[in-house]
Structures are given as structure tokens and as C-alpha cells.
Ligand binder design. Structure first.
Ligand code: C2E
Ligand code: CA
Ligand code: CA
Length: 712
């Protein structure tokens, strides 16, 4: 605009003429006209001779400086007039030679800067710093001195947009050197853009971003929580159910989802129900007898524990001769018999559980007012049960024995066991039913201990043999002795042989005991012989030994080795138990020169048939008859007829339990061969027996002499 205006004026012919003719008035008015029209700050003419028209304020030195600038050819740029910087244009006036320059200038002040600032679409801050002739920096901004930071920014020769500290904070700034009229001057346009403004749009963006991030975080947290819940809830439900399963409770989880966890829940349910089924089967098996499918002892004991003990009785039913039955019909049918009997019991007493106790035993429970009522009820049940059992075409006769036990009993054995023991006691007493008898049973623990102590006692010498003399009624002298076992227990004192011999029979130690007794008797007999008393020794033989064939060989060998004279005392009952075998063994013993005596005759089961078949040498009438001989006429009669019976069978007769002189006299009168009993002598140790025998010998000699004298 400046350049156009100046060019127009400099080429105007009227103006050129006025310049050529130095018509100051015309020049002046032309300049003012155009200045006004173009709203210029300054418009003046510098003539070639250095005169200035239209700028009276310039000093002569300023004018001279200006002239030399124009003369050097500068056409436009920042021009300083006085202290004020201008944007100036100089156009030469040719008429036709160079006659001067038209100079149009606009002040580079705040107003100018404002219009510049408005050109930009952003709020820029424009300032021009100028330094005329290397002096101090001046600013277009108001104020004496420009900001030193701004000056520093300009002097620092950096290019491009750089950060700048200002009073309003940091700004982005650009320093742009302006073309200058006059070489020694400098002018720089500085554009500043406050960082705060520059960043203002980003604050919102940041805020939006922060909000978005926050919202995103919220969504993330909510999502994670939901996801975790969807996983942890079913998993903790599974965990809970697994805990219940472990505690044996019912465990089922509802599969909430169709994913892996849902499938896991389904597998868990399948597993849990599998375990339940198997547990049920195992529990059922544990409470069932597999052969008969009847409840077993454990099942009955559980139901005893559930019922209160008041008035509760347990009954054990045993099938008599079950082993023989099973051998005859086989295991399967024998079990079927038990099943049938259980069925009958169920009909007879519908309200009770019937269980299988062992192979041949059933057991049940019922309540009764007392032992008598219980025994009566059991007898009735026995009657109902003891009918033949028909299986297919087979009719099987069954005999039953029952044992009864009261649950509420201080005895340490469990009630079912007591009922079973009572059953054994009933059988031993040949009675159809028996109530558990604690006294008869004793204490099995201490009896077992006794057996282990017995073995020690045999070695240590606590067990010895006592000898009881046998008196020959006709010869009036001792013609034999019976060996009787004695155990002097350090704690229990005298232990009855009847008791521990029975125990040894039950625990299988009888063989050891028998061997020891025989050995001892043979040794003692040798001792008696050395002392001049050659007597047969009677040794009691347990019925059990008659069931073992190799025992006979062993006994025969022992006796023959010792050249002993031994009589073995056996009972009829032992023979009746297993007659074929026992009779065979007896015959073998007799053939080997061993005498056989039938002991306790009359007290046990007796049979003339067996008496005839046992090839014995001697018969011992049981002391029960002999002891009451002098008081009881019937017993005397029985003894007398037994003596006659024995004699007619060729047997020597011994009466045991002879306690009085009268008894001995009666027996002698009856023709009894030998007498044994406290009246003659009590059983005594071997050493004592020798003394006794010597004295008896002396007495007999004395008697003989007296009678010879009487006869002579
Ligand atoms: P047992 O064979 O009948 O023996 C006779 C029992 O009657 C002995 O009792 C004896 O001490 C006792 N006695 C003898 N004279 C009289 C008398 O005048 N009056 C009374 N009241 N009793 C008399 P002990 O010694 O207690 O023996 C009991 C049973 O033990 C014996 O009865 C016998 O069966 C068995 N026993 C004893 N020793 C042995 C043995 O070494 N082996 C075997 N297997 N059994 C034996
Ligand atoms: Ca005897
Ligand atoms: Ca006897």
C-alpha cells in the first residue's frame, strides 16, 4: 500500500514538476493529500540535495543520515525516525533525472502491532524490537525498556519457534528479522503465543481423556468384578460342596453356567452321586452276611446300641451238629437252612431283627420283663423253629440250642458274645436253653494268662505230681499209686487240676501237659523201684489224647524206654465222643502192655455196650457213690452190683473216695479189689510217698507175723 502510494506520487507529472522546480508548497500539499487519503503516519520528500520537505521534526543529522540511506539504494524496510521505528518505503522521483525520494512511512507502534495480531487466527502477541545504530534495544510496546528476557531471546541467534519465559508464563515465540533501511540498524519482529493459550484446547482434551480413562477404569473394575464373580461364585460353591462331600453329607451343586465351570459342576455331581452309591453299597455289604444276605453281627449290634438296654435280651440260636450237616449237604444248602430258620424267626417274631452271628448261629434281640419271661419266650421260639427244613426234595432235621444274655449286665463281654457263650453253656449242660452264667464262664483273660504261666510252671517245677496209694483189700497192702497233678501257683496258691486240665484241653496245651506227666511219673516210678517199691503207677489221660493216633505211639515208646508199669485212667465219655478211634488206640496201648482203667465210673454217660467194647483192666467206681456208701443204702446197692458187673466182665474193681474205716470194711466185704481215698492216704509228694510205703510195708510185715503167730 505504501509502495503503491509512493510510486503513484513519484510518477505524477505535476509533482515531478513541483520537485524539479522546488515548489515546496505544491509538494507539501500533494504529500498531505495522499497522506490523508492513505491514512499514512508520515509522508515526506527527501530531495537529492538533502533538503527534506514535509518532515520538519527531523534534525539536520537525521536528515543527513536519511539521505545517505536513500542514496545507498534502500527502497523499503524499517526506518527509525528519531526514536520511533517506522515501516517505510522510498520511491525515487525522476524528472527525468533523480531529483529526490518520496518516503511514506507507517509507525510500528501498538496499533500497528494490533492490526498485525488480528491477521492471525490465533491470539498472537506481536512486538518489534529495534536497535538503531548498535545502541540500546527499543520496543514497540509501551514502557521505557524492553523485557530483558525478550532481548535475550532475540540476541540468541536461534531460529524457529522456541519457548520463552514471560511475565504471563511460558510462551512459544518466533523471532523474525525485518528488513532495515540503514545498515547499522537491526529490527526484529517477535511473535509470542502464550503456552497457556496454546495448551488451552488440550486441557479440555486432557480432561476428556481423563474422564474417558476414569470411565474405562470403572468399566474395567466392574467387568473384572463381574467376571471374577461369575468364576469365583461357582468355584466357591464347588468348594463348599466338596467340603460337604468330605464330611459325608449330601453334596450337589447347581451348574449355573454352561462353560467349563458348569461342566466341572456336572462332573462333580456325577462323582458325588457315584461316591454316595458306592458308600451305600459298601455300608450295606459291611452290615450283611454275604452268604445268606441276612444282617450280620455288626448290624445287630448297631440296632442294640440304638435301642435302650432296659429289659433287652439277646438270644443266640445254634444249629446242633451243624458241621456234620454241612458236611452232608454242602455249604450252600447249609447256609440256606440258616436262611430258612431266619425266615421262621421273622414269622414268629415279626418285630425283631435276626442276624447271622457265625456259620451255625443266628442271633436276635427282644424285650422281656425278666429272665424267666425271656427263657419262656426263647423256649417257645425254639419249639417253633425246631421243625424239619424242606429244601427242594430234601428234608433236613434241625435241632437247635439257645443262649440268652441280658444286655444290661456289668460283665465286660459284649451282649452278643455273652449270648453265644450262654449257647455253649447250654450245650455243655445238655439243656435246650441257658441264661449266660458269668461265674461258670470266668475270666477268659486271666485263664489265657494262666495257660502261659502253666508252661513256665512245668519248667520251673511249680507243677509237680502227687501220688495217692491204692490199697489191696485182700492182701492188705499198697499195690499201686495214682499220679495226680499239683500246681502251687505263687499268686493264686493251689490251682485245681480239674480247672487247668480242662483249660489245657481247650487251648491245645493238653499234649504238652500229658507228655510231661507221663515222663515225670516214669522217672518217679524208677525212683520208687530203686527204693524197693516196685509199684504200678496210674496216670490220668485226657479224653482229648484218645483222638490223636500218634500220641499212642509216643506214649508206648516212652513207657517201653523206661520199662515202666503204667496204667492209664480214661473216662467212658472220652470213648463215647469218638468211639472208633478211641477204641483202636486203647487196643494198641493194651497190646503194648499198658493197663487201662475206666475212671469215674457211674458219674458220666455210661453204656453197657461201651463197657463191653472197652478192653480195660480196671474199673474205678466214682467217689460220689463210695463217699456216701455207709449212709446211703441205694448207693451201697449200686456199688455192690457194679463190683459184680465188673468182675463178670473180668475187670479189677477200684473204689475211690474211701474216707472212712466203715466204707473200707463194706467195700472189702463186697469183694472190691482195691480201695483209694483219704482214709488210706491223701495224695502226697513222691518223697513222702516213699516214707509212707516203708511204714506201710513194716505194718504189713508186723501184721503178717502176728497172723502167722496166731495161725501157728
Ligand atoms: P480223679 O482222676 O477222679 O482223681 C481223684 C480225685 O479225687 C483227686 O482230686 C483226689 O485228690 C480226690 N480224692 C482222692 N481220695 C479222696 C477222698 O477220699 N475223698 C475226696 N473227696 N476226694 C478224694 P484231684 O487231685 O483234685 O483231681 C481231680 C481230677 O483232676 C482228677 O480226678 C482227674 O480227673 C484230674 N487230674 C488230676 N491229675 C491229672 C493228670 O495228671 N492228668 C489228667 N489228665 N487229669 C488229672
Ligand atoms: Ca483218676
Ligand atoms: Ca476218679
Amino acid at each position: 500500500q505504501l509502495s503503491e502510494g509512493a510510486g503513484l506520487l513519484s510518477r505524477d507529472s505535476g509533482f515531478r514538476e513541483a520537485v524539479a522546480s522546488s515548489d515546496a508548497l505544491t509538494i507539501e500539499s500533494s504529500l498531505r493529500t495522499l497522506q490523508a487519503r492513505l491514512k499514512l503516519d508520515r509522508a515526506f520528500l527527501v530531495s537529492i540535495d538533502g533538503a527534506i520537505i514535509g518532515a520538519p521534526d527531523l534534525s539536520e543529522t537525521e536528515a543527513a543520515a536519511l539521505w545517505s540511506v536513500l542514496d545507498s539504494g534502500a527502497g523499503d524496510g524499517v526506518l527509525r525516525l528519531g526514536v520511533v521505528p517506522y515501516q517505510a518505503v522510498a520511491e525515487p522521483v525522476m524528472a527525468p533525472h533523480l531529483t529526490g525520494w518520496v518516503v511514506f512511512a507507517d509507525r510500528l507502534d501498538r496499533t500497528e502491532m494490533k492490526s498485525l495480531e488480528q491477521l492471525a487466527s490465533i491470539s498472537l502477541n506481536a512486538t518489534v524490537l529495534s536497535r538503531p545504530g548498535g545502541g540500546a534495544w527499543r520496543s514497540t510496546d509501551p514502557g521505557e525498556k524492553p523485557d530483558p528476557r525478550l532481548v535475550g531471546f532475540v540476541e540468541d541467534a536461534g531460529t524457529g519457534v522456541r519457548p520463552l519465559d514471560t511475565d504471563q508464563g511460558q510462551a512459544l515465540a518466533l523471532a523474525h528479522p525485518l528488513k532495515v533501511m540503514g545498515e547499522t540498524s537491526l529490527a526484529v519482529l517477535v511473535l509470542r503465543y502464550p503456552l497457556q493459550l496454546a495448551l488451552a484446547p488440550y486441557y479440555r482434551l486432557t480432561l476428556v481423556l481423563a474422564l474417558v480413562a476414569l470411565a474405562g477404569l470403572g468399566v474395567l473394575i466392574a467387568g473384572s468384578w463381574l467376571l471374577a464373580r461369575s468364576i469365583t461364585r461357582p468355584v466357591s460353591a464347588l468348594d463348599l460342596a466338596a467340603g460337604r462331600l468330605r464330611d459325608g453329607e449330601d453334596a450337589h451343586v447347581e451348574p449355573a453356567t454352561r462353560d467349563e465351570i458348569g461342566r466341572l459342576a456336572e462332573s462333580f455331581n456325577a462323582m458325588a452321586s457315584g461316591i454316595r452309591d458306592r458308600e451305600g453299597r459298601i455300608a450295606a455289604m459291611a452290615l450283611t452276611d454275604q452268604e445268606t444276605q441276612l444282617p450280620n453281627r455288626r448290624a445287630l449290634e448297631a440296632s442294640i446300641a440304638r435301642s435302650g438296654p432296659e429289659g433287652l435280651f439277646i438270644v443266640a440260636f445254634g444249629v446242633d451238629r451243624f458241621l456234620q450237616l454241612r458236611a452232608a449237604v454242602g455249604y450252600r444248602l447249609a447256609a440256606t437252612v440258616l436262611q430258612r430258620l431266619a425266615g421262621r424267626l421273622g414269622e414268629l417274631a415279626p418285630d425283631v431283627i435276626c442276624a447271622r452271628l457265625s456259620s451255625d448261629r443266628l442271633v436276635m434281640m427282644f424285650r422281656a420283663g425278666g429272665p424267666n419271661e425271656a427263657l419262656l419266650r426263647t423256649s417257645r421260639l425254639l419249639k417253633g423253629l425246631s421243625r424239619p427244613v424242606r429244601i427242594q426234595d430234601l428234608i433236613i432235621e434241625v435241632g437247635l440250642t439257645a443262649g440268652l444274655a441280658l444286655v444290661d449286665d456289668p460283665h465286660p463281654a459284649p451282649p452278643v458274645e455273652r449270648a453265644s457263650i450262654a449257647l455253649d453253656q447250654a450245650r455243655a449242660a445238655h439243656s435246650p436253653v441257658a441264661l449266660f452264667d458269668a461265674d461258670a464262664y470266668g475270666d477268659p483273660g486271666s485263664r489265657l494268662l494262666l495257660m502261659s504261666e502253666m508252661l513256665e510252671a512245668l519248667e520251673s517245677g511249680a507243677i509237680t505230681l502227687a501220688y495217692q496209694p491204692k490199697h489191696d483189700t485182700r492182701a492188705g497192702r499198697i499195690s499201686g499209686v495214682e499220679a495226680l497233678i499239683r500246681w502251687n501257683h505263687p499268686v493264686r496258691g493251689f490251682v485245681s487240676p480239674g480247672m487247668f486240665v480242662t483249660l489245657a484241653e481247650e487251648t491245645g496245651l493238653i499234649r504238652v501237659l500229658t507228655r510231661w506227666t507221663l515222663e515225670r511219673a516214669l522217672i518217679d516210678q524208677k525212683g520208687f523201684r530203686k527204693s524197693g517199691h516196685d509199684l504200678p503207677v496210674s496216670v490220668n489221660l485226657s479224653g482229648r489224647m484218645l483222638g490223636e493216633s500218634d500220641f499212642a505211639d509216643e506214649a508206648i515208646a516212652m513207657i517201653q524206654r523206661a520199662e515202666g508199669r503204667i496204667c492209664l485212667e480214661i473216662t467212658e465219655a472220652a470213648v463215647i465222643e469218638n468211639p472208633e478211634k478211641a477204641l483202636g488206640i486203647i487196643d494198641r496201648l493194651r497190646q503194648a502192655g499198658i493197663a487201662i482203667s475206666i475212671d469215674d465210673y457211674g458219674s458220666g454217660p455210661s453204656s453197657l455196650a461201651y463197657l463191653k467194647r472197652i478192653h480195660a483192666d480196671e474199673l474205678k467206681i466214682d467217689k460220689a457213690f463210695v463217699m456216701s456208701l455207709d449212709r446211703n443204702g441205694r448207693d451201697a446197692l449200686l456199688v455192690k452190683s457194679t463190683i459184680d458187673l465188673g468182675h463178670s466182665l473180668g475187670l479189677r474193681i477200684v473204689a475211690e473216695g474211701v474216707e472212712t474205716a466203715e466204707a473200707l470194711a463194706i467195700l472189702t466185704g463186697m469183694g472190691c479189689d482195691l480201695a483209694q481215698g483219704y482214709f488210706i492216704a491223701r495224695p502226697m509228694p513222691a518223697s513222702q510217698l516213699l516214707v509212707f510205703l516203708d511204714e506201710a510195708e513194716d505194718r504189713a510185715k508186723g501184721r503178717d507175723e502176728a497172723s502167722r503167730k496166731a495161725a501157728g
